[in-house]
Design a protein around this ligand. Structure first.
Ligand SMILES: Nc1ncnc2c1ncn2[C@@H]1O[C@H](COP(=O)(O)OP(=O)(O)O)[C@@H](O)[C@H]1O
Ligand SMILES: [Mg+2]
Length: 361
């Protein structure tokens, strides 16, 4: 019989997850020197860092899992910190641009949302996209790369929390449904303070939001870019392994033209344009259901076709979006129009990150 008590304890411990990273402690090599003698279990728990804020929880969970195995009466756990080699084995080498957290994060897909100009609802679409993905059961984060006009916290968080640091990096805020959020707004003493930083500082902040934030295990990271083709957009497109970008326009004449610039920037960097969404496309009368194209007839399908990118769909002007946004409750938006649109988008997301030319300078 191979299924020894030790094997059963190991199996039980396999089910214990690091709550921050959402990976099994056994898979990460945190459980070591496991031995079972009679009804006594001993093992060492190698933590990513001794200052791990989840230390007690991991230890309790591991103890409980081992105790639940038939015939185990006592569990002794020794704690120590992983060596650099062990960390590398568990998480891979931290990337060079990346900070402390980057080696620990597992972010499977990164999608940036761009627009030609401000006010077209780019941030709203970024947040709604995150909400739609979360509702489908994915683990989701939103990186607010709009340093000078941050708005994601206002949309998704009812209270602006004080962000905590951990030895691994900055812990993001979490919305009611568990969407992780990072924004300059969450790090300023006074969130209403205007950020008037120069390009390099803004780039630095964005790189930190990627490399120094403990995103943990994410299926999707949505990046809300500032409008246009600023330094910040370039930083995101160069420094983050994007899978693609989504463009947001409105029916107003120029919006389509300006967004083309952003698309061409992405193309030059070999980043796929996953599709175009037209926001504030029409108004549906809540009384009679009649549809009015307030900003004129939709041009999105033509714009998309002219650029050779998929047209993902249209979103109505809905006062509910504005109302919920003001209260940090955009998560509660029913978003019937949005779910199919988000699904169409997912079919466009390639598995691997875009292969980009190396960073300059
Ligand atoms: N589909 C929509 N219906 C109604 N209001 C919207 C819609 N999309 C965005 N808004 C509102 O328009 C304003 C600008 O949206 P925002 O997402 O901040 O744009 P951007 O990020 O492009 O500057 C916000 O007040 C937002 O609530
Ligand atoms: Mg915005």
């Amino acid at each position: 019989m191979v299924d020894s008590r030790e094997a059963r304890v190991r199996k039980a411990l396999e089910g214990v997850m690091d709550p921050e990273l959402n990976r099994s402690i056994v898979d990460m090599g945190m459980v070591q020197d496991l031995s079972v003698e009679d009804d006594q279990v001993t093992f060492t728990l190698a933590l990513t860092t001794m200052g791990c804020p989840m230390k007690d929880r991991i230890q309790d969970d591991a103890r409980r899992a081992a105790m639940a195995v038939d015939g185990v009466e006592d569990v002794t756990i020794q704690l120590r910190e992983m060596t650099a080699e062990e960390k590398e084995r568990a998480f891979g080498k931290p990337t060079q641009e990346g900070g402390s957290a980057s080696g620990y994060n597992r972010v499977r897909h990164i999608i940036a949302v761009v627009s030609g100009k401000g006010g077209v609802g780019k941030s709203s679409v970024s947040a709604l996209l995150a909400v739609a993905l979360r509702r489908q059961g994915h683990s989701v984060g939103v990186l607010d790369a709009d340093i000078t006009g941050p708005s994601i916290p206002k949309l998704l968080l009812q209270e602006v929390p004080r962000l905590m640091g951990s030895p691994l990096g900055i812990l993001p805020a979490e919305s009611a449904s568990g969407i992780k959020v990072i924004s300059i707004n969450l790090l300023l003493e006074n969130p209403n303070q205007a950020v008037i930083w120069r390009g390099p500082l803004i780039s630095g902040a964005i790189k930190q939001f990627w490399g120094d934030v403990v995103w943990g295990d994410l299926d999707y990271l949505i990046v809300d870019l500032p409008p246009g083709t600023s330094d910040a957009s370039l930083t995101v497109m160069q420094a983050l392994p994007l899978n693609g970008i989504v463009m947001v326009t409105t029916p107003q004449g120029l919006a389509g033209m300006v967004v083309r610039k952003a698309a061409s920037m992405a193309e030059q960097l070999n980043i796929p344009v996953l599709g175009l969404i037209e926001n504030m496309s029409f108004f549906r009368c809540p009384g009679c259901g009649e549809v009015t194209e307030i900003f004129g007839p939709s041009q999105a399908a033509e714009v998309a076709q002219a650029m050779g990118v998929p047209f993902l769909g249209r979103l109505p002007i809905d006062p509910e979006i504005a109302v919920l946004s003001d209260q940090g409750r955009l998560e509660e938006y029913a978003a019937e129009e949005f779910a199919p649109l988000a699904e169409r988008l997912l079919t466009m997301v390639p598995e691997g990150a875009a292969q980009k030319p190396p960073m300059q300078g």
